[in-house]
Design a protein around this ligand. Structure first.
Ligand code: SF4
Length: 332
């Protein structure tokens, strides 16, 4: 139930942030952009070239206005389908779009008036959330607006333009979504036969060329070349507590983590920055993998955020909580 409430909230928030841009985008190669997103996932060696092409197409066609420029406060059902097309084309919101397609079909089964009221509820809910979350979660995101005001122009012709210029309310939305997902999927995650933590490459203490991790079918496997590396610390925790750790390149295909009938079930903990966390969790869920997620404490990867790259880290206490390995209160 909470999952569906969250989807509705997500729809309201994304309408308020991107609805204006989606409606202002008269014409765009939506299908080509979506295809290129899938293609780069399936054929990672083509990613650099595909990213250049996507950056040009996105910069030229996909308009992005924030909520202050939206003229229509509440969407009609046809506006929702326009938003879905736009979100899918960005690639960053593919999983959101897949969920909204179901909502769209659901709304079409209602009268125009009823459907309009449901959409109005979603947008009002999002407006309430924006105000409330600014008070309760705002202390974690004080620099987001400063960053976007300063850097948005720099990202204008980059493929990660939307991913790196998310609004503050989207950060808050992802925080809440992570907690809701963890609660909802925990029952199926805990009894899984095999468990693995998937971490991004930016958690490594050493640059990619110096990292000694080896390629295996599931990703990269840390060889423990640096005691201070956060991936290595997690690997050590995994050895003690029977879970594997794999480093995954950004935007990897997660379908290999699908639990197949008759095979041992796989529980996966995805570690990512806020902008990709929920999409990854939903993708794992779509493939039938019981997933949990843990946020990086901050963003720092070289490709998207910092020219030199800052090794990222996560809250190890939270990881222990996910695996039920926190010492009990009062135990010595
Ligand atoms: S400790 Fe592991 S992840 Fe970190 S740099 Fe070395 S091999 Fe790479």
């Amino acid at each position: 139930m909470e999952e569906y409430v969250f989807e509705l909230l997500d729809m309201g928030v994304l309408w308020r942030v991107y609805g204006g841009g989606a409606l202002a985008t008269d014409i765009a190669p939506y299908r080509l952009l979506s295809f290129l997103w899938e293609f780069r996932k399936l054929y990672p060696r083509w990613k650099p070239s595909v990213d250049i092409l996507r950056a040009v197409l996105m910069g030229a066609f996909l308009k992005t206005y924030n909520q202050t420029s939206i003229e229509k406060q509440y969407p009609a059902v046809r506006d929702l389908s326009q938003l879905i097309l736009w979100l899918e084309a960005t690639g960053d919101f593919r999983e959101d779009a897949l969920r909204f397609i179901r909502w769209h079909a659901f709304l079409l089964s209602h009268s125009t008036r009823n459907a309009g009221e449901r959409l109005r509820d979603a947008v009002d809910f999002a407006q309430w959330f924006e105000l409330t979350s600014a008070g309760s979660l705002g202390e974690f995101t004080p620099n987001v607006e400063q960053f976007t005001n300063r850097e948005t122009q720099k990202y204008r012709w980059r493929e990660d333009r939307i991913a790196c210029t998310r609004t503050r309310v989207e950060y808050h939305l992802n925080m809440v979504g992570a907690e809701i997902m963890n609660r909802a999927f925990r029952v199926s995650f805990l009894p899984a036969d095999r468990k693995a933590v998937l971490v991004p490459g930016c958690m490594r203490s050493r640059p990619e060329k110096e990292c000694q991790a080896i390629h295996v079918s599931e990703g990269l496997c840390c060889k423990g070349c640096d005691k201070t590396c956060h991936v290595n610390r997690l690997r050590a925790m995994g050895i003690k507590n029977s879970f594997d750790v794999f480093i995954l390149p950004h935007a990897s295909d997660l379908s290999r983590w699908a639990s197949k009938p008759g095979s041992p079930s796989k529980g996966v903990v995805g570690v990512a920055c806020l902008t990709t966390l929920i999409g990854g969790g939903w993708e794992l869920k779509r493939h039938g993998g019981p997933a949990q997620c843990v946020l990086l404490n901050y963003c720092g990867c070289k490709k998207h955020w910092d020219p030199k790259g800052i090794p990222t880290e996560l809250d190890m206490q939270e990881m222990k909580r996910i695996f039920n390995i926190l010492p009990r209160a009062g135990a010595s």
